[in-house]
Design a binder for this molecule. Structure first.
Ligand SMILES: Cc1cc2nc3c(=O)[nH]c(=O)nc-3n(C[C@H](O)[C@H](O)[C@H](O)COP(=O)(O)OP(=O)(O)OC[C@H]3O[C@@H](n4cnc5c(N)ncnc54)[C@H](O)[C@@H]3O)c2cc1C
Ligand code: SF4
Length: 331
């Protein structure tokens, strides 16, 4: 294990300044991802700044418009159990309950969850195999290697990894924003811009940079929020990352879709929003499986499977249809 120093932050402004000035310093919240990365030597910070003592960052609040503000230090289990979250946005609660294990969810923070890094086995491998995300310029072992769990959308020759967070998929579907405090002050990042596609710089996962502290995640009120569902398919039924997942939220007139929100997990370097399908779903009956399938298919014309993951194209479409129908049944 890489040796490190540990200190505790009690003031957000000082935490931001310390992080901005010291490239060897990392924030630590629950530590459930960062410590694993340090053991795998995929992250080697010399200093950790424990942010758990920062004030007012663990609260879950209902906003005046009916939306939610979730503090970055709120624990996954607290958010999943919160009555306002469960009632207003079941898709958020479900995505959290299907993630990790009870013990992990008690430790893991929301900010840390959306910042977690890919589970690509080459990236996490202590043997330091070629991996552009771990060692820029070294190559991508997964591109022509074991890529069953990897991306079918938006990948580049430099990296074909997927993003592993479940709740990020729900937050992308709901058009949440991430409130970040940086050296130049506070800014709000739309969730769909928070995670990046790999391009030529897969070492950068998010829009967050040095000196940036995530303060909260805001979820706007929306007509589709209550009739929402998260469906996660994995190789075993518990304690496993998604092979493919879908977050769906629906507003309907009778059984006909008025508007649908959809995001897919396990298919790209970021939660994937199939916008063409969302448009094509308007006016479709939730009972008409064939029409739902053809609306969803409009977003799969540009899917690019790798050698071992072509099955994800059909699986993701089926998961999206089932998630929509379950969400719609709650309307
Ligand atoms: C065995 C196992 C199974 C898992 N299964 C799942 C799963 O099925 N689904 C899923 O979604 N997740 C899963 N996870 C991941 C887990 O949810 C994350 O490890 C956890 O959410 C990270 O939160 P944390 O508070 O522990 O973050 P930490 O480990 O403390 O930090 C993670 C990263 O976030 C940064 N960070 C933390 N807080 C902030 C902040 N406020 N501002 C800026 N940067 C910050 C840290 O610097 C670090 O880079 C699993 C993890 C393990 C170990
Ligand atoms: S897919 Fe990305 S994370 Fe995995 S080996 Fe390739 S560069 Fe590394």
């Amino acid at each position: 294990m890489h040796p490190f120093g540990l200190s505790r932050a009690d003031d957000p402004a000082k935490a931001v300044a310390a992080h901005a000035q010291d490239p060897q310093l990392a924030f630590i919240a629950g530590g459930t991802d960062l410590i694993g990365l340090m053991k795998d030597r995929a992250a080697l910070p010399d200093r950790l700044l424990d942010i758990n003592g920062l004030p007012d960052m663990a609260r879950i609040e209902v906003l005046p418009d009916g939306g939610l503000r979730i503090g970055a230090l709120a624990r996954m289990s607290d958010v999943a159990a919160d009555a306002a979250v469960r009632g207003r946005f079941p898709v958020i609660a479900e995505s959290l309950l299907f993630a990790a294990s009870g013990q992990l969810r008690n430790m893991a923070s929301m900010g840390g969850n959306i910042m977690q890094r890919t589970r690509c086995a080459y990236f996490r491998d202590e043997d330091d195999l070629p991996c552009n995300k771990r060692r820029p310029g070294s190559g991508c072992s997964a591109l022509h290697g074991l890529n069953r769990n990897h991306a079918i959308f938006g990948w580049s020759d430099a990296c074909v990894a997927t993003h592993p967070s479940d709740v990020a998929v729900a937050l992308a579907a709901l058009d949440a924003t991430v409130v970040v405090r940086g050296p130049a002050g506070e800014r709000a990042i739309p969730f769909t811009d928070f995670h990046r596609l790999p391009g030529d710089t897969p070492e950068r996962d998010t829009a967050v940079g040095r000196g940036d502290l995530i303060i909260s995640i805001e979820v706007p009120a929306c007509a589709e929020g209550r009739a929402s569902h998260y469906l996660k398919i994995r190789d075993r039924q518990s304690y496993e990352f998604a092979l493919v997942s879908a977050a769906a939220a629906v507003a309907s007139d009778g059984r006909r879709i008025r508007s649908a929100r959809l995001a897919l997990g396990g298919v790209a370097h970021k939660p994937w929003r199939p916008r063409a399908a969302e448009s094509a779903l308007r006016g479709v009956s939730l009972e008409d499986r064939a029409a739902l399938e053809s609306a969803i298919a409009t977003s799969f014309t540009d899917a690019r499977p790798l050698e071992h993951n072509a099955f994800k194209i059909e699986l993701a479409q089926r998961v999206a249809v089932r998630a929509l129908q379950t969400a719609g049944a709650r309307a």
